[in-house]
Write a protein that binds this ligand. Sequence first.
Ligand code: SF4
Length: 77
Amino acid sequence: MGERWRVAVDRGVCIGSGLCVDAAPDGFRLDAARQSHPVVAETDAGEGVLAAAEGCPVEAITITSVASGEAVFPPEE
Ligand code: SF4
């Protein structure tokens, strides 16, 4: 089985740009207040979700490896 990621959006930081939804339509959705949410809390590791996290202009998206608990994005220093 491939790696699983836990995805979170910091709602205090998200500015509702919608870029993450464009990058990963299956991974994120905007609510009525234009706040992004992960569609599911855990997902298979994938380029779309990573691209969304990398592309978020305010770095509101964090990805953590479910198995190891280590940060996937933003990477640990
Ligand atoms: S890209 Fe970032 S700021 Fe834009 S909606 Fe997604 S989480 Fe929010």
